[in-house]
Design a protein around this ligand. Structure first.
Ligand code: NDP
Length: 328
């Protein structure tokens, strides 16, 4: 493959531009493993990179924090031509050119062999969002959560992390309450397994409600801000929240009271630097015990490289539903 297409973010005279370009292998950064990319996917972070130019370490950069594909060439002896692999996290798509490209070249230590039980396509329907949802559910369960404990809240439920978290939790027998700002998406969330759908305005902290009902056994929260403030004041005794995102804000006002009077757990989730040995276990879980049953249906919207600039804008505005798969 002498020439291939990629979405390139460049900056010239303080002006950034994002365009599909024809590249050659020499345009890619150094790395031990060269991959013919089959699929990528769109995550919130790709919007931050491609539209707001946050987290970009140098230009030009091919964005795309996720990819799956087939090894073309490798100087890392763990991989050989024809191997099917997944690459997510680390500096992919921020400090090192990523998945919005027909070919990628990456360090060998970032590569995850595609686990048995997942196709290259399914791996990218999951992508970083799926990994993050799985890490969130696994950490809640490690803190003691069981289906009989009561309702589990998923905030930002129609988003990528949210949709997969709803489906994984429902598959595992939890009573899932999905919160969304998209009032017309109740049927979608119920198809994923939500028992109840509430509007996100119901779960925003306001000074007018200091004493709230203790409602949730646990929560998965990709939203943060006032939503997380609300969650901290409404977890049941011993309940846990997995904080995994900031789509609604980064600042959270709290006191020590819920921690020392209700013994709640505030659990942090990071997928980017998650250690490789545990990462392999998480992908294994996603390929069998935690593989979402709704993976190949209405959760997925498939697009091409040329559609991406518009979609990267949409995801920052909270307009995207489920997972956006990029076919290369
Ligand atoms: P999506 O855009 O797909 O999902 C975010 C969802 O949050 C939206 O669909 C919307 O859902 C809701 N939302 C958006 N804006 C607001 C707002 N202002 N107030 C309240 N709710 C809002 O993004 P992803 O699923 O890709 O990522 C979600 C978050 O998780 C991001 O902040 C991302 O950076 C973070 N993340 C963190 C990771 C980690 O390693 N910790 C890894 C992956 C993602 P609805 O309309 O249904 O309410």
């Amino acid at each position: 493959m002498d020439n291939f297409q990629a979405l390139v973010l460049n900056k010239i005279d303080e002006q950034t531009n994002l365009n599909v370009k024809q590249l050659t292998i020499d345009d890619l950064p150094k790395g031990e493993v060269t991959i013919k990319v089959a699929y990528s996917s769109v995550n919130y972070k790709d919007g931050l990179v491609g539209i707001q130019n946050q987290l970009v370490e140098s230009y030009p950069l091919i964005p795309g924090i996720d990819l799956s594909g087939t090894v073309m060439e490798s100087t890392d002896t763990r991989y050989k031509e024809g191997d099917e692999v997944i690459v997510t996290s680390y500096k992919l798509g921020t400090g090192h050119s990523g998945g919005f490209s027909e070919v990628a070249r990456v360090p060998g230590e970032w590569v995850v062999p595609l686990p048995e039980g997942l196709s290259l396509k399914e791996a990218m329907i999951l992508g970083t969002a799926g990994l993050t949802a799985a890490l969130s559910v696994a950490k809640l369960e490690a803190a003691g959560l069981k289906p009989e404990d009561g309702p589990v809240l998923v905030a930002g439920a129609t988003g990528g992390v949210g949709s997969i978290a709803v489906n994984i939790l429902a598959d595992r027998g939890y009573e899932v309450v999905a919160s969304t700002g998209k009032a017309d998406q109740e049927a979608y969330l119920k198809q994923l397994g939500a028992k109840e759908v509430i509007h996100r305005n119901e779960i925003v902290a306001t000074d007018a409600q200091p004493a709230r009902k203790k409602r949730w056994a646990a929560a998965v929260d990709p939203v943060g801000g006032k939503t997380l403030e609300y969650i901290l004041t409404t977890l049941q005794y011993g309940g846990s929240v997995a904080t995994c995102g900031l789509a609604g804000g980064v600042e959270v006002a709290t006191t020590v009271i819920p921690f020392i009077s209700r013994s709640i757990n505030w659990l942090g989730i990071d997928s980017v630097m998650y250690p490789m040995d545990k990462r392999l276990e998480a992908w294994k879980l996603l390929s069998d015990n935690m593989k979402p049953t709704a993976l190949n249906n209405e959760m997925v919207n498939e697009v091409s490289l040329t559609d991406l600039p518009e979609i990267l804008g949409d995801i920052l505005e909270g307009k995207v539903r489920g997972r956006t798969l990029v076919k290369l």
